[in-house]
Design a protein around this ligand. Structure first.
Ligand code: LLP
Length: 422
């Protein structure tokens, strides 16, 4: 697997470009993405699926930079979109409607009308919504999202299957809770054609067993529906954030997928397409957030290293207690110090090194004012979840390709931030 960074003369370089040059040219803080890493992860996943009819719907919520979308379009990707504006951005990037699957949440009637008018396939996740869709568009094609009564993920906030979850039409072995027969009734009464069955059980899953169970269960449900064109097993493949975590083992999962699909195809009597919806796996490792040290403070308990970024740029440590590896990009090795890396926002929780309970120290090469810290694995759910909290602008985004850095989104300005006030 291609790595996004190298260490040369004790300094971090990203795709062959020195961090000090990046900061000099584009300023700080800065999101930097390595194009070859994105391509490598897409290809890794594509080739790991041992089945000829497959589609990878990139979950653009992970990172919706237009240039990254265009790169994935060129590679043959499809799109998982969850809002109308995601659909519009995907169309704007050049994705044809038939390569977009819309999995909406609480979709409004007028939004359904727009999607259907644009020939976007709608994937429906509740009986109420299915009934609404059936009344508005009888006789049309549809796909349903199933909650298989189990989920997975790196944090409770991102588990999207099981009884605590708001997502999907509920499947259960207990007939009292099983909503599949009701879904079937709605579909038959309105002469809908059920062309797809979908499930997405959560995000940041490193256990292959969850996907093995999911494939078996979804295919057993799929057998009941004769008109299917695809089954979609969602996204959720994790990446190792912590040093002790192991990458997802695709070979274990692939063997099961191959056998189960072969059996399914024999029983079903025709070949259908399988789809996955990865976001994190494709872009997380390709992205690095660079931020400059501006303050250093000693308290009775910690040494806080203050930087020019915060949870307005990368919310994952604050939202989920997530761990991101952090280097001193100017001196990767040297005398080290246990520090807490603190953001520039007016909230105590604004720390890049923390867990769910609060601050956590990290051992890094002693930071000095002006050093640049590299926060790794920030390509997914980094920029896409950013905000203007405390009236701070969003950073610029840069893509590195062929050892050259190119601006792919300019830094926001004060004028950008005030232009909505009327
Ligand atoms: N498909 C659907 C319907 C989804 O809701 C999601 C993610 C994906 C696919 C892609 O999942 P992935 O492959 O990226 O794990 N902000 C959180 C993650 C939230 C994921 C939301 N849905 C985080 O930073 O960990």
């Amino acid at each position: 697997m291609i790595q996004p960074y190298q260490i040369e003369n004790n300094q971090l370089t990203i795709g062959g470009v020195k961090v000090c040059e990046l900061i000099g040219e584009f300023g700080s803080p800065l999101y930097v993405y390595h194009a070859d890493v994105i391509r490598d992860r897409y290809n890794t996943l594509f080739h790991a699926i041992p089945y000829p009819h497959k589609r990878i719907h990139y979950a653009m919520k992970a990172n919706s930079n237009l240039r990254i979308l265009k790169m994935l379009l060129e590679m043959g990707a499809c799109i998982d979109a969850v809002s109308l504006n995601e659909v519009r951005l995907a169309l704007h990037a050049g994705f044809p409607a038939e390569r977009i699957l819309f999995t909406g949440i609480n979709t409004k009637t007028e939004e359904l009308h727009w999607l259907v008018s644009q020939n976007i396939r709608v994937n429906i996740g509740s009986l109420h919504m299915l009934q609404k869709y059936a009344s508005l568009f009888p006789g049309s094609e549809v796909s349903i999202r199933i909650n298989p009564d189990f989920g997975g993920g790196h944090h409770s906030h991102v588990i999207t299957g099981g009884r605590e979850s708001k997502f999907g039409i509920f499947y259960s072995q207990d007939s009292h809770y099983n909503q599949i027969p009701q879904a079937k009734n709605i579909i038959e009464n309105a002469h809908l054609k059920l062309v797809g069955i979908h499930a997405h059980i959560g995000s940041g899953i490193l256990e292959e067993g969850k996907f093995i169970d999911l494939v078996s269960l979804i295919l057993s449900i799929a057998k009941q529906f004769p008109d299917l064109e695809f089954v979609d097993f969602g996204g959720g493949f994790g990446i190792p954030y912590r040093p002790e975590e192991k990458p997802f083992q695709f070979d274990l999962f692939a063997d099961h997928l191959k056998n189960t699909m072969e059996k399914f195809t024999r029983e079903y009597g025709k070949e259908i397409t399988i789809a996955f919806e990865p976001g994190r796996f494709i872009v997380a490792e390709a992205g690095i957030l660079l931020t400059t040290v501006t303050d250093i403070k000693h308290t009775p308990k910690y040494t806080f290293v203050g930087v020019d970024s915060g949870f307005n740029h990368l919310i994952r440590p604050m939202a989920y207690g997530s761990y991101h590896p952090i280097f001193n990009a100017f001196r990767v090795q040297g005398e080290q110090q246990e520090v807490v890396i603190a953001g520039y926002l007016c909230e105590s929780g604004d720390l890049f090194t923390r867990d769910e309970n609060g601050p956590k120290t990290r051992l890094i090469t002693t930071p000095l004012e002006g050093d640049v810290l590299a926060i790794l694995n920030a390509g997914a759910y980094g920029f896409s979840m950013s905000s203007n909290y405390n009236m701070h602008p969003r950073p610029a985004e840069v893509l590195i390709e062929n050892n050259t850095a190119r601006l792919i989104r300019r830094r926001e300005t004060f004028e950008d931030m005030i232009r909505f006030f009327v």
